[in-house]
Design a protein around this ligand. Structure first.
Ligand SMILES: Cc1cc2nc3c(=O)[nH]c(=O)nc-3n(C[C@H](O)[C@H](O)[C@H](O)COP(=O)(O)OP(=O)(O)OC[C@H]3O[C@@H](n4cnc5c(N)ncnc54)[C@H](O)[C@@H]3O)c2cc1C
Length: 536
C-alpha cells in the first residue's frame, strides 16, 4: 500500500454508481490471504472512493459487509487486528431462540432470535451448527419449590417460538422429560443421588463462533467486498476515515457514501457520541473426560435467581466450557479481557452442585472472558439491560450498529445497511441475505458432498461443503499428538481464510489457543506450515 495521507475524493454515491472493486485474480472468489490483501489495498489507494466503509471485523461488521456487497454496493471492511479479534470469539457459541428474553417479557427480541436461529440453521450456515440438547437435572435440592414447573413452562414457551419461526421439530426436537438413566447417558458426570430425570430443550450450537465470522467474511469477499485486516480506522466521520496499515505503517484516506461503525465495545472510541456499558462474561474450560464426555449441555440454576443459569457446554477439541457470568466492566476496553478469580470460583461452585464429583481449580485447563457491547441505559444490573440492537446516526453522520448478539447479526446488518441506503441515497438492491448460503453451506456454489473415507468428522464440522478444498491444501495428519486439528487446516487458514500469522491460526481460525499448553504443543508445527505455505 502506498502512502496517500490526506488524499480525498468525493463519495462514489454522489458521482453515480462506482466501479466494482478490482480484486484482480481474486474477483468472485472467497479466498482471503496476504496477497489479496495487498492487491486490494493497492486498488483502494488508486481509487479511494467506496459506497460503504465498514469498521470492525466481528460478526456484526462482516455481516454488514456481506449484506452491502450482496446488494451491489462497493464495500470495504477494515479490521484493526484480525477477524473475530473482539467479543465475537468469546461467546457461548449458542445460536439461541431467545428463551432467556421471554423470561423477562422481551417478546420482540426473543422472536427475532428464534427467526434468525431458523435462518442460520436451515439456510445460511447449517454446516456450522448442530442441535444441542440442554438438560436441567431434576435434583430436588438444586431447584427451589415450583422452579421445575417454571422452567418447564419457559421451555414450552420457547418451543412455541420455535414453531412460530417455522423451525421443524426434526431439526430442534420439542421439549421433553427424560428419566435418570437417559440423563446419565447424556451427561455422565451428573450427580445421581436423588436424580429424578431431567427436562430437555434444544437450541443451536456453533462448532465455533470465530468460524462463523470467517465464513461471513469470505462470503462477503466473494460478493466483491474488500476485507482488510490489520487496518485501523482513525479520524472517522460520516463520509471518510483515515486508514492505517499496521503492517506497513502507511496511511490512506477513504471517502465513502456511508460509514458504518461496527466496532462493538470499541464503538465509543470511534464515535464519542456513543455511550456503552460493557458487561464481562467469563467461561472456564475443562477436559470433556472430567464430565464423562457429555453430549448435552448441563444447565444449573444460579442460587437465588429465577432467570440465571450456569451451563456446561460440550465443545470441539475435547473440552467443556462452563459459563457464564455477567459483571459490570467499566473503564478502558482491554484487547483481551481477563476472567477474575471470583468469577471462576462462582462458576465452579454453581456447576459443582449438580455434579457427582466436584471439579477443582486443578481441572481448569483454560478460561476466557468477553465484553458484551450493551447500550448504556443508566442504573440497574447489566443482566437486566436489553440485548436488543440499535442503529444510531451520530451528529457527524456516522452510522453505528451496536448491541444485539451473535445470533441476530444478520438482522442487525440488514437494519444498518437499510439506514445507510435511506440516509445517504446509496444505489442498492433490497436485502436478500436470509437466502444466501455462506461459504461451506449446502447450496453454496463451492460446496461439494463430504469426501469419502478417512476425513475427520471434526474437520467436516469446521469446514462443511468446502472440506474438499481443505484436503487439497495439505496433509491430513494432526498438528500434534492428541490435537484434533490437521496440518491441512493450517495451510488452508493461510491460503483461504485470511490468517496472517501464528496467533491468527491458534487463536481464531482454530481455537487451540484457548488452552495455553495445547498452543505451545502446536506452535512449532504451525510456524513451519505458515512458512512453507507463504513460500509456495
Ligand atoms: C461472554 C459472552 C457470551 C456470549 N454468548 C453469546 C451466545 O452464545 N450467542 C449469541 O448469540 N451471542 C452471544 N454473545 C453476544 C455476542 O458475542 C456479541 O453480541 C457479538 O459477538 C458482538 O460482535 P461485534 O461484531 O458487534 O463486536 P466485536 O466482535 O467485538 O467486533 C468489533 C471489532 O472491531 C474492531 N475494531 C475496534 N476498533 C477498530 C478501529 N478503530 N478500526 C478497525 N477495527 C476496529 C475490533 O478489533 C473487533 O474485532 C455473548 C457475548 C459475551 C460477552
Amino acid at each position: 500500500m502506498t502512502s496517500h495521507a490526506g488524499r480525498t475524493a468525493g463519495p462514489s454515491g454522489s458521482s453515480g454508481p462506482s466501479a466494482r472493486p478490482s480484486a484482480g485474480p481474486f474477483a468472485g472468489t472467497g479466498q482471503l490471504n496476504g496477497v489479496r490483501r495487498t492487491v486490494e489495498l493497492d486498488a483502494l489507494a488508486e481509487d479511494p472512493r467506496v459506497d460503504l466503509l465498514v469498521i470492525g471485523g466481528g460478526v456484526t461488521g462482516v455481516g454488514v459487509a456481506l449484506d452491502a456487497a450482496a446488494r451491489g454496493l462497493r464495500t470495504v471492511l477494515v479490521e484493526a487486528r484480525d477477524l473475530a479479534f473482539g467479543t465475537s470469539r468469546w461467546s457461548s457459541k449458542l445460536v439461541h431462540g431467545g428463551l432467556r428474553y421471554l423470561a423477562s417479557g422481551r417478546v420482540k427480541v426473543a422472536r427475532e432470535s428464534a427467526v434468525e436461529r431458523d435462518v442460520l440453521m436451515t439456510r445460511t450456515a447449517p454446516h456450522l451448527i448442530r442441535a444441542l440438547p440442554q438438560l436441567v437435572p431434576l435434583l430436588p435440592d438444586l431447584l427451589r419449590p415450583g422452579q421445575a414447573s417454571l422452567i418447564r413452562a419457559g421451555f414450552h414457551a420457547g418451543d412455541a417460538l420455535r414453531l412460530s419461526a417455522g423451525t421443524p421439530g426434526a431439526l430442534l426436537p420439542r421439549v421433553r422429560r427424560i428419566d435418570a438413566a437417559r440423563t446419565r447417558q447424556l451427561v455422565p458426570g451428573v450427580r445421581t443421588a436423588g436424580l429424578r430425570g431431567a427436562l430437555v430443550a434444544h437450541d443451536g450450537q456453533l462448532v465455533d463462533d470465530a468460524r462463523l465470522v470467517v465464513a461471513l467474511a469470505r462470503t462477503a469477499a466473494q460478493y466483491g467486498a474488500s476485507v482488510l485486516t490489520r487496518v485501523r480506522a482513525e479520524s472517522v466521520t460520516g463520509t471518510s476515515a483515515r486508514l492505517v496499515d499496521a503492517l506497513s505503517g502507511q496511511t490512506l484516506t477513504v471517502t465513502a457514501g456511508a460509514v458504518v461503525n461496527a466496532t462493538g465495545v470499541w464503538a465509543g472510541e470511534v464515535d464519542t457520541s456513543i455511550k456503552l456499558r460493557p458487561s464481562r462474561g467469563t467461561h472456564l474450560l475443562v477436559d470433556a473426560a472430567t464430565l464423562g464426555y457429555p453430549v448435552a449441555a448441563l444447565t444449573v440454576p444460579v442460587p437465588g435467581s429465577t432467570s440465571r443459569f450456569v451451563f456446561a457446554l460440550p465443545q470441539q477439541l475435547g473440552r467443556v466450557a462452563i459459563g457464564l457470568t455477567d459483571e459490570d466492566a467499566p473503564g478502558p476496553i482491554p484487547d483481551e479481557p481477563q476472567p477474575t478469580e471470583a468469577e471462576l470460583t462462582f462458576l465452579l461452585d454453581t456447576v459443582n452442585a449438580a455434579l457427582a464429583t466436584a471439579l477443582t481449580r486443578a481441572d481448569v485447563r483454560g478460561a476466557y472472558a468477553g465484553l458484551r457491547p450493551l447500550i448504556d441505559t443508566g442504573g440497574g444490573s447489566t443482566a437486566d439491560i436489553s440485548r436488543e440492537h440499535a442503529v444510531l446516526e451520530s451528529p457527524s453522520g456516522m452510522i453505528t450498529v451496536v448491541g444485539g448478539k451473535l445470533t441476530t447479526y444478520r438482522r442487525m446488518a440488514e437494519d444498518a445497511v437499510d439506514a445507510a441506503v435511506r440516509l445517504r441515497g446509496l444505489p442498492a438492491r433490497t436485502c436478500w441475505t436470509a437466502r444466501l448460503p455462506l461459504v461451506g453451506a449446502p447450496g453454496h456454489r463451492d460446496s461439494r458432498p463430504a469426501p469419502a473415507g478417512g476425513v475427520p468428522a471434526s474437520l467436516l464440522a469446521r469446514h462443511g461443503g468446502v472440506a474438499h478444498e481443505v484436503l487439497a491444501a495439505g496433509e491430513l495428519s494432526p498438528l500434534a499428538e492428541g490435537l484434533d486439528v490437521t496440518r491441512a487446516e493450517v495451510a488452508y487458514a493461510v491460503t483461504h481464510e485470511g490468517a496472517l500469522d501464528v496467533a491468527d491460526v491458534l487463536d481464531r481460525r482454530t481455537r487451540i489457543g484457548l488452552v495455553a499448553e495445547d498452543a505451545e504443543r502446536a506452535r512449532k508445527a504451525v510456524e513451519e506450515i505458515i512458512a512453507e505455505t507463504v513460500a509456495e
